[in-house]
Design a protein around this ligand. Structure first.
Ligand code: ADP
Ligand code: ADP
Length: 227
């Protein structure tokens, strides 16, 4: 389990202080799909960067499986990023000269064991695309490859930064479905940041941010049905 305890993040711009996060408290669970929802400037990216070990909080405590991440040395934090966290980006970040299968194999260092990479592609329903290059796939397909690539590393925390941001509504819903099933069917905590209310309803837990503060946390025992 992951815990944010009174996490604050302050940026200094000249003599000005910007409070990006202020006393943020929440818990995130494995096997669950959590959405951090908020308008632009509410602190979503800052929260995601702290969760992923790319940035450090100014104060407060962040625990993952009882380990105090906020106290790790730079070296240990880098290990945390590499071994514990998987990333999914808005614009996929696939390597254009590699096929779908190769993109997954290279990222997960599975080049000798492509069966695992194939299995990951199958889980996102894209085995038939394994020999396709990114420019031969739709946006939704590329995002599915990028999810498979992230999951192939068997992360304990999968962080998704506006993964539906470049997709139409129906394709975005398909991506939400894959993320939710990934959380439910493996021991990974899936966390997505978005400003999209419609998609957020499909998560197990919604953490709303406003001006750097948590305005509400909703638990959906039975998230809205997927189409
Ligand atoms: P969101 O992802 O919800 O748009 P951010 O976390 O990017 O929100 O930003 C929250 C606040 O922190 C905003 O006021 C933003 O301008 C400020 N901020 C974010 N990153 C930086 C930075 N590197 N330097 C200064 N201010 C920043
Ligand atoms: P190291 O410090 O050991 O060289 P890196 O920080 O370069 O490690 O990368 C560790 C992992 O974190 C990699 O899987 C990388 O993709 C991811 N990562 C690092 N920085 C970012 C970032 N700004 N945004 C998203 N992912 C990142």
């Amino acid at each position: 389990m992951l815990i944010f305890k009174n996490i604050s993040k302050t940026y200094q711009i000249g003599s000005q202080e910007v409070k990006a996060l202020e006393n943020v408290n929440f818990e995130i669970h494995k096997g669950e799909f959590t959405v951090i929802l908020g308008p632009s400037g509410s602190g979503k990216s800052t929260a995601l960067n702290i969760l992923g070990g790319m940035d450090r909080a100014s104060s407060g405590e962040f625990l993952f499986d009882n380990e105090v991440i906020t106290q790790l040395t730079d070296e240990k934090l880098s290990e945390y990023r590499r071994d514990i966290v998987g990333f999914v980006f808005q614009f996929y970040n696939l390597i254009p000269s590699l096929t779908a299968l190769e993109n997954i194999g290279i990222a997960a260092e599975l080049t000798d064991n492509l069966a695992i990479a194939e299995n990951c592609l199958e889980q996102v329903g894209l085995l038939h695309r394994r020999k396709n290059f990114p420019n031969q796939m739709s946006g939704g397909e590329m995002q599915r490859v990028s999810i498979a690539r992230a999951l192939a590393k068997k992360p304990k925390l999968l962080l998704c930064d506006e993964p539906t941001g470049a997709l139409d509504s129906a394709t975005g819903l398909k991506i939400m479905e894959i993320l939710r099933f990934s959380a439910e069917n493996s021991e990974v905590a899936v966390v997505m940041v978005t400003h999209n209310e419609e998609f957020a309803k499909l998560a197990h837990r919604i953490i709303r941010l406003h001006d750097g503060k948590v305005s509400s946390i909703e638990e959906n025992k039975t998230p809205a049905e997927l189409s």
